[in-house]
Each structure stands twice: as C-alpha cells, then as structure tokens.
Design a protein around this ligand. Sequence first.
Ligand code: XIL
Length: 317
Amino acid sequence: NGLSARAKAAGKLYFGSATDNPELSDSAYVNILSNSEDFGQITPGNSMKWDSVEPSRDNFNFAGGDVVANLAAQNGQLLRCHTLVWHSQLPSWVSDGNFDNATLISIMENHITQTMTHFKGKCLHWDVVNEALNEDGTYRDSVFYRTIGEAYIPIAFKVAAAADPDAKLYYNDYNIEHAGAKATGAQRIVKLIQSYGGRIDGVGLQGHLIVGSVGSSAALAGNLNDFTSLGVEVAYTELDIRTTTPASSSALQQQATDYASVVSACKTVPECVGITIWDWTDKYSWIPSVFPGEGAALPWDENYQKKPAYNAILNAW
Ligand code: XIL
C-alpha cells in the first residue's frame, strides 16, 4: 500500500518523485525515497541535464545520472530521464558559442545520441525537449530556436527515436495544465513533430501549481484530453502545489484537495500514465529558492512528516 501501489491498482504505471544527487547522502531521506510502494518511479532533478552531462564540447560525464539510474534499478523503480534539449542549465559553450545552423544541429544530435545511448534500456521516458514555449504559446527565444528555427524540435525527436527505440519520447513544459494559449502551443508542437513524420509518444505537464488555483479535476482532465486526442499519452511530470509560507492549516487542507484533483484527472484519463512530484519533502523542494516567500509544496513536510496531501493522494487513486 502506498501512493504508487494505489496508482498501479488504478491502472497507471507509477506514482513517483524527483530526487537530486546531493540529497542522497541523507540516509533518512533515501529510506523513504526507496520505498517503491510510495514511489514506483524517480526522476533526476539535475544530473541528466546538459550542463551536468556535457559541460564542455564532446566531453561527457554520466556519473551523476548513473547514481540515480542505479538507485532506481536497486529499488525496482521506473526512471524518467530528464532532459536533453533545454535553454536552461545549458552550458555557455552551447548558448554563447555562435555556431551556425549546421554546426548547432550536429552538436544537438551528438548530445542526444551520446546521452541516450549511455542510458539506453534504463529510461521509461525521455524529456527530449523541455520548455520551448513562451506563455502566449509562441516559441521561446533560445539559442536552438534562433539558430535552427522550429525545426530543431522535430530534428531532436528524430535523433532521439533512433538512439533509443524503446524509450517513450516526451515534450515537457509548465503552465500547460490548464487550457489556454500555451497548452495550444504545446499541441501545435505535437502536430509539428508528427508532420515531419517523427515520433512523439507523450506530453509531460510539469504541474508547478499554486494552492487554490488548481481548478476542478474535470477541467484538468478536459485539458489532458486535448493532448491525448492527438494520439499521445500524458503524464504530470514535476507536480508540486505551493503556497505562501509559513503555510496555514487551511492552506494545507486546500492543498490536499488540489492534489486530489490532479490525481483524479489523471485517473479518469486512460492515456495518463502516471504522476511525478518534484521531490517529496519540503526540505528539498526547489520552490523557496525560486519563488521567495512560497513553498510547503510537497506531501511531506521538512521533518519528513506526512501532510494532509498524502492521504488525499492515496485516496484519490
Ligand atoms: C529545477 C531543479 O529542481 C533545481 O534544483 C535547479 O536548480 C533548477 O531546475 N522545470 C524543469 C526542471 O523542467 O528541470 C526544474 O528543476 C524545475 C522547472
């Protein structure tokens, strides 16, 4: 019994959590993370990103990613691999290299091929392209978009499909959990890849949400269906639901309701394969560092005590 056991009983592949290498020296943390009844899947929060994996050109370092991949294997957990092409945590040799179109394409192809080949057979999913969109649904002005144009996206998926035919290939983004311009933009990306004859298997909805602004499970599910109607599966890949800190007990109750709404949405959509929270304890959440004054976003508090959200998730499956 646990969050992932319940997800599986509901026909899903997993409920999981992100983790990050520095936290793995905390044995109390690792004990809870390693319980596959709660976490049937893990995602490395940082150690498979470009700046970790290829800090200088053609110089690959998979040590950090291997630690997380090995932990998943040891614990009998699935692995979501994250992420190959992203404007952020991108080393300056790529972002400021002033490469021409053909050179940047070959750099991107090499990064994808080397990285996916190294982890081949271990990744249930790969987030091939992350956060390519602005809030209005237009393309974000990254070095990839500026140099290559929108074709960088289908090119990345084509190379990824060849490198690991068994990994499901995902486009991943935030603020696409509710219908609107950015969600429509992500649907346009799915169709773009398909129009190039490429394979895209899924869309990852990150799910960095705010207590009280999550909306109904019916609305969330309707948005999921706007993706699945294009022939792709979906997953919530980085779920956390933040509030102002210190959190009041009523905020934590609303948070429980909001977590349950997300779980119900995934439950009712057959093509929603699972949910990953962006770490499980407030102690290691990324939220306070990026959104000052906000936090308390995860189902366990900083002392590893379960918050109301835990039972809400459990019972919503
Ligand atoms: C975050 C990590 O959790 C932090 O440790 C890091 O400092 C910044 O990145 N969207 C994503 C994730 O796709 O990779 C980000 O992870 C959170 C937002």
